[in-house]
Design a protein around this ligand. Structure first.
Ligand SMILES: [Zn+2]
Length: 316
């Protein structure tokens, strides 16, 4: 196949997680890779090894104080990095840096012409802010990669599209006043689900007003609701004419997730990925990175992420 999709896999990526009984366990990587391997997409996929982000890389988005805090607490290996969702387990600094480095490596591969599209399953850690951990997310790989694309590769206008059940608050508030970070996020209404943000009237601030689209979805929303709302996302990204697309394909928006209340099927993820590939071909020379994001029902995450990769492969 002419344009194989790069899929990142390896122990470094698998090691980001918090162990049983935390929802973000260490088995998510393997469950997905097994499903993908069984999907018969081999000719359309090239596997790649995880990367590693240096402290200088993390500083593209995060504050020095916060990076120091994570490093110190990771060495001690006890307590929480936030109010109780994100444990400071031993080695989490290195694991979180590897997640960031892998999404950056995907950006390098695409910008250097080694691939058009890439998928990083354990990534899309969208709750991490510039100076804080939140919601199982230590470092924000999409945010660091967005800044990296600008500084290293001269890309300016980036679309970030998030279909995880939770609002991507780390991305939204991290770039709230940045007019060249186009943000579109379909998520369960914050009145019913963590983190509580992402109301429809949050559209960006200052000169970035209007560059952010938040669409809260009612608990119980299914595929029909998704597709109605998705039409707005597609039109929004299309008119913004981005140079690169980042997709956060959180699978916790599928029916049966243990910590959310949305009811999509994996078809939503397949269709979103296919539509974004078309927009990437139209505006971005095909460039798109998919990240796995959340998803705590193992069967759902395996199927939804595999369908994202399949859509990338079928888009050519
Ligand atoms: Zn989520």
């Amino acid at each position: 196949m002419q344009n194989p999709v790069l899929v990142y896999r390896g122990d470094a990526l698998a090691s980001y997680g918090f162990g049983d009984p935390h929802p973000f366990g260490l088995d998510r990587h393997g469950v997905f890779q097994d499903e993908l391997a069984a999907a018969g997409l081999d000719g359309g996929i090239d596997y790649a090894e995880p990367g590693h982000a240096s402290v200088d890389d993390l500083l593209f988005f995060h504050t020095a104080e916060y990076i120091d805090k994570v490093s110190r607490m990771s060495s001690e290996g006890k307590g929480y990095l936030d109010e109780g969702d994100t444990p400071a387990i031993a080695g989490i600094f290195e694991a979180a840096s590897d997640v960031v480095g892998t999404t950056m490596a995907a950006a390098d591969a695409i910008m250097e012409g080694r691939a058009k599209r890439a998928f990083v399953p354990i990534a899309g850690l969208h709750h991490a802010g510039r100076g804080n951990a939140a919601g199982f997310c230590v470092f924000n790989d999409c945010a660091v990669t967005a800044e990296y694309l600008r500084k290293k590769h001269g890309v300016r206008r980036i679309a970030y599209v998030d279909i995880d059940a939770h609002h991507g608050d780390g991305m939204f508030y991290g770039f709230e006043d940045d007019k060249d970070l186009i943000f579109a996020d379909l998520h369960e209404d914050g009145r019913f689900l963590y983190p509580g943000t992402g109301a429809a009237d949050e559209t960006g601030t200052g000169e970035a007003r209007g560059t952010k689209l938040n669409i809260p979805m009612a608990p119980g929303a299914g595929d029909n609701d998704f597709h109605m709302a998705w039409q707005r996302v597609e039109a929004y990204v299309d008119q913004a004419e981005p140079e690169f697309i980042l997709l956060q394909a959180g699978a916790d928006s599928l029916e049966g997730d243990p910590i959310t209340h949305l009811c999509y099927s994996e078809q939503a993820h397949a269709d979103a990925a296919a539509a974004l590939c078309k927009l990437a071909d139209k505006h971005c020379a095909g460039r798109i990175i998919g990240t796995g994001g959340g998803g705590y029902n193992r069967r759902n995450l395996a199927r939804a992420w595999t369908r994202v990769v399949q859509s990338f492969v079928e888009a050519g």
